[in-house]
Every structure is written in structure tokens, then in C-alpha cells.
Design a protein around this ligand. Structure first.
Ligand SMILES: C[S@@+](CC[C@H](N)C(=O)[O-])C[C@H]1O[C@@H](n2cnc3c(N)ncnc32)[C@H](O)[C@@H]1O
Length: 366
């Protein structure tokens, strides 16, 4: 099936030659008119996939309470910027703010920023946050949020940012690009004719890679992480990221498309399916450290949420609930924490000013 975006991409390839995987992702997800996120609300049963805050209110509540405790440890700065990257429907922030009402001083001090490029999702966020009576300021990028002490939250944000792919061939490393297939009626992966800059690939992986191995470079994510880390070091605060991916650099093609809750062909319907890649937490951690910040974790999501008290929160909610609701709450707890579900594949990493520990790695005494 061709899509409006396919025609645009075909045109770009005809004009300039094959495009990078990063450019393909940028267009497929973020093209102002036809990009996947720009045209729809993809969450839930009716949509293409589901995320932790859409599974249960407890996820956002935990993050809200974490934010209050970290703010108290920071010395209760007023104002404090609370920034969410890629807030989806705004569900996480709505639940977090409700839980954070436990400390009215925090609620008075917080200045809310949502970093979101999709107009459709900005609308959904507006509707969701209306009930909290706390209206955020929207920005297209983290760089446009205000100065000062900050708390940054991102759930499944980095997995949506563009990656570049490099493949080991018998002649050395080549960049993987998106070009036209032999028949000229569809897209196909092709290799750049020239050699890639090998220093982009971590030395340990260069040594072990066999022909056909793929390395994914997350320079777009690293650039955002560098910005965040610099701000945290300069102004104080912490950032907390949840994403699925691996602790250390690895080899493998993790680019995937999801549509109607099923895997789909990455190139078949640009703009109609979600595209993500596993997050290489080592790349993010190295970028944060290079900017002078301290990195805590990553921890598996299940362990992180259990340390924060997710089980106790679930038990509390279940205490007065009907049996069918008890089942839903318990199911949500398991989904987020079970090693066979989201408990291990998803990981949590914090970035702070050096010497500033945050729960569950320490801190929280404030
Ligand atoms: C996988 S969704 C996660 C949504 C939400 N955090 C959740 O857990 O439900 C990715 C989010 O990032 C946004 N997004 C994608 N690329 C972005 C970019 N380059 N800048 C800002 N937001 C982006 C999407 O519109 C969406 O809100």
C-alpha cells in the first residue's frame, strides 16, 4: 500500500539518493502533515500500542511522589521546572500532579513544561490536564524550556527518536540507508557505497562484529541527553527516564514497526505505523557523564517501581475495591513489574548533578 508519505520519500530518494534511517524515522514519525505522531492518538486498545501510564494510574502516581521527594531533597527551590518529554496523552502528568498534591508547596513551586511536537497529542494533553487546573507551557524541544532548577521525566521518549544504522560488511562498516527496491515500487534497505567512519562504532563491538552485524547510533538522543545533563549540572535537579532497551552497547537491528498491537514491516507504510528502536542506555549514560552529570542506574523497571512502593500502592487501592477491579489492579502491577512482561526489558535511569542522589539509589531524606 502506498501512503502520502511514501510518495514524498520516493521523490526525495529520486532527487538526492537513498536517505539515512534517521531521516526515514524523522519523516515517518514527525513529518508535519503525514507523520505518524502528527496525525493521531495512537494509544490504547483502539490504537496501536499501550504504555505504562495508560496501563495504570499507579505509574504516574509513583513518579509524582518521586518528584516531590526529590524536590524536597533539592532544598525546595521555588520555582522549579517540571519538564516532561513526549507526554503522549498527558496521562502520566495528570496522575503525577494528583499524587503531588500531597505537598501543596511543591504544587505552588512547580512550573510545568511539556515537550511535544504533535498537535493532536498536545490537544489530548490539554484536555487531560484541564482537570488538574495546572496548565503547562508547550515546547517543541527541551532546549526551549525555561532556565532554573529542574525535574525532567521521560517515558518511552528516547525510543521514538531517530537512529542511524551501520552494518559490518566484508569490506568494512557501511551505513544502512533507505532506497527504492529493484522494481521501483517500494522501499528497501541498501548500503551506502562509501566506507562509514569506524570510530562511530564502540571499539569493543568493532572487534567482535561479524559480517552482517548492525550497530545503532543514537546521536539524536545523545544530543538531547547532553542538553539535559548540562542543565541539571548548571541549575541543579534530576532527570528520570523509562525506556525499553539494553544496559550496554550491543549489536543488532532493533528498529521495529508496530500497528494495531502487532509488529509490522518497517518500510511498508511510512506514517501509518509506529517506529521505535531499543534504547542503548550506555550511549545515553556516556553522553550525560561527558556533560558532567552523574548517572544512576539503569535499573530494571520492576525493581525500580518496587523500591518506590508500587506493591504497597496497589495493595492500598485493592483494599476497598470490587473483586473485578482488584484483578485489574493486580494485573497492572504484574504487567509493569513482571520480568516476563515490562519488568526487565524496560529500564530506568536517572541523571543528576554530581553528588545528588535520588530514590531509590539514595537521597529522599529531605
Ligand atoms: C511512545 S510515545 C510515549 C508517550 C507517553 N510518554 C506515554 O508513556 O504514554 C512518544 C511521545 O513522544 C512524542 N515525540 C516523538 N518524537 C518527538 C520529538 N522529536 N520531540 C518531542 N516529542 C516527540 C510523541 O508525540 C509522543 O507523545
Amino acid at each position: 500500500m502506498t501512503t502520502p508519505l511514501f510518495d514524498l520519500i520516493r521523490h526525495e530518494i529520486a532527487h538526492d539518493g537513498p536517505i539515512t534511517v534517521a531521516r526515514f524515522m524523522e519523516l515517518a514519525l514527525g513529518h508535519p502533515e503525514h507523520g505518524y505522531y502528527m496525525t493521531r492518538d495512537p494509544f490504547g486498545l483502539e490504537g496501536d500500542f499501550i504504555t505504562s501510564p495508560e496501563i495504570t494510574q499507579m505509574f504516574g502516581e509513583m513518579i509524582g511522589l518521586w518528584s516531590v521527594v526529590v524536590w524536597q531533597s533539592m532544598g525546595r527551590p521555588d520555582p522549579v521546572n517540571v519538564v516532561e518529554l513526549g507526554p503522549g496523552r498527558g496521562t502520566l502528568m495528570g496522575d503525577a500532579l494528583r499524587a503531588a498534591e500531597a505537598d501543596p508547596d511543591f504544587m505552588d513551586a512547580q512550573r510545568l513544561w511539556l515537550v511535544e511536537t504533535s498537535p493532536v497529542l498536545r490537544d489530548a494533553q490539554k484536555k487531560n490536564l484541564m482537570q488538574t487546573m495546572r496548565m503547562p507551557a508547550w515546547r517543541d524541544s527541551f532546549a526551549e524550556t525555561g532556565p532554573g532548577p529542574l525535574l525532567v521525566i521521560g517515558n518511552e521518549f528516547f525510543d521514538a527518536l531517530p537512529i542511524r544504522q551501520y552494518e559490518k560488511t566484508a569490506e568494512g562498516w557501511r551505513e544502512r540507508l533507505v532506497g527504492m527496491n529493484a522494481a521501483g515500487d517500494g522501499l528497501a534497505f541498501v548500503l551506502a557505497p562509501g566506507a562509514a567512519d569506524e570510530t562511530l562504532i564502540p571499539e569493543t563491538l568493532r572487534a567482535e562484529a561479524e559480517v552482517g552485524a548492525v550497530f545503532e547510533d543514537q546521536s539524536a538522543s545523545r544530543a538531547v541527553m547532553t542538553d539535559i545533563a548540562k542543565r541539571v549540572v548548571e541549575h541543579g535537579g534530576a532527570a528520570l527516564f523509562f525506556d525499553y532497551g539494553h544496559f550496554e552497547h550491543g549489536l543488532g537491528d532493533t528498529l521495529q514497526a508496530v500497528k494495531d498491537h502487532e509488529y509490522a514491516d518497517v518500510l511498508a507504510e511510512p506514517g501509518q505505523a509506529d517506529l521505535t528502536a531499543h534504547v542503548d542506555f550506555q550511549q545515553l549514560a556516556e553522553a550525560a557523564r561527558a556533560a558532567g552529570a552523574e548517572v544512576l542506574g539503569p535499573l530494571p523497571q520492576g525493581a525500580f517501581l518496587d523500591h518506590l512502593g508500587l506493591r504497597q500502592r496497589a495493595d492500598m487501592l485493592m483494599m476497598h475495591a470490587d473483586p473485578d477491579v482488584v484483578q485489574v489492579i493486580d494485573g497492572a502491577y504484574n504487567r509493569l513489574t513482571d520480568p516476563d512482561q515490562m519488568g526487565v526489558l524496560f529500564k530506568v535511569m536517572a541523571v543528576t548533578r554530581p553528588g545528588f542522589a535520588v530514590p531509590p539509589w539514595g537521597g529522599g531524606e529531605g
